[in-house]
Design a protein around this ligand. Structure first.
Ligand code: 2P0
Length: 331
């Protein structure tokens, strides 16, 4: 109910627009440098704290929507028809339901992602942001990107950030209807800024980030300190981006990810997304830094790591982490 109210508040009479035959859009994936971990409202995906991410440029998801004469929707993810009963399908269909102009309106939803599914960043953020933008195209909303951000958030929290390019801050907001919980881009363009995806384990995670954050908020004695940690880290990271202080950015982003994982490791029972290879790779990063190669890591709700480094170090990174996939968000 709260979701439909939010949609009505954002779209108003546009909900009655006549659909076009097709709609399509692209949205990048994003990696948080200051993490979103914990909600103050689970239905509206309102976060406990603000967060800050980098969008991955050409790495993300494209969604094509087509109105079909059929009894049900059809979801195709990377060329494979999904069962309507799968978790992702259910979430997606519930999201589409918020916008159906009429009862027997059915769509074929074709999502193509060009980031490794196993990287733990292929699914929700780029997916829901591209679906929101494709719906805007299909249903001819002509709305501002900030409004797309509010709508994408209703599908998945981190999708609020994926409607923008570059560095993006998602403001937590304080309103109970979420109308101020919206992402906004920072102005800094930093062409030398690189990420490296280190895929260590391709198996699907046992506990979704959605469930893991709820469990952490409910049971972790460390969670009460998380908002204070985020406030400090967010200010430092924003300052580091504005002044292009890569050392400050890397150190703070790495510490923020570790603090997020500490809150989970203290949940009851604990949640630990790291494997032995995660820990080994962290040590490789620390050893590389000690040897003068400036590289940092961040980690999300999975065992894989994302490296942060500047373009000048690309050769060193390729040598030290041969399997790492390099992404230049600004190129
Ligand atoms: C982030 N993560 O800031 C954090 C860090 C994972 C670890 O946002 O329930 O898929 O859809 O709002 O956005 C992943 O959680 O969760 C996430 P929902 P979402 O990137």
């Amino acid at each position: 109910v709260k979701k439909s109210d939010a949609v009505r508040q954002i779209l108003g009479t546009r909900l009655d627009n006549t659909p076009r035959a097709t709609g399509s859009a692209y949205a990048p994936a994003n990696i948080a440098l200051c993490k979103y971990w914990g909600k103050r409202d689970a239905e509206l995906n309102l976060p406990q704290t603000s967060s800050l991410s980098i969008s991955l440029g050409k790495r993300g998801a494209t969604t094509e929507l087509k109105i079909i004469e059929a009894p049900t929707d059809q979801i195709i993810l990377n060329g494979k028809l999904l069962e309507a009963s799968s978790g992702f399908s259910q979430r997606l269909l519930q999201f589409i339901n918020l916008f159906r102009p009429r009862q027997n309106f059915c769509v074929a939803i074709n999502i193509n992602s060009n980031i490794p599914i196993a990287a733990g960043l292929a699914s929700s953020a780029a997916g829901f942001a591209s679906i929101t933008k494709a719906l805007a195209d299909l249903l001819d909303w002509k709305i501002h990107t900030s409004e797309l951000s509010l709508l994408a958030r209703l599908g998945s929290g981190s999708a609020a950030r994926s409607v923008w390019d570059g560095f993006v801050e998602w403001h937590a907001g304080s309103r109970s209807d979420g109308m101020d919980s919206v992402a906004e881009p920072l102005l800094t363009i930093w062409p030398e800024f690189c990420l490296g995806l280190v895929i260590l384990d391709e198996t699907e995670k046992k506990i979704s980030s959605r469930d893991a954050m709820q469990h952490t908020v409910a049971t972790s004695p460390l969670y009460s300190d998380w908002p204070r940690q985020v406030a400090l880290d967010l200010a430092l990271i924003k300052d580091a981006i504005t002044t292009k202080n890569f050392t400050l950015l890397g150190l703070t982003a790495e510490a923020n990810a570790s603090a997020m994982h500490a809150t989970m490791q203290h949940a009851v029972p604990p949640i630990n997304y790291s494997t032995a290879s995660t820990t080994d790779t962290m040590k490789k990063v620390w050893n590389a830094r000690a040897a003068g190669v400036e590289v940092y890591f961040t980690q999300d709700a999975g065992p894989n790591l994302k490296l942060l480094f500047l373009a000048g170090n690309t050769e060193n990174i390729t040598q030290l982490f041969p399997a790492c996939e390099i992404i230049q968000p600004f190129c």
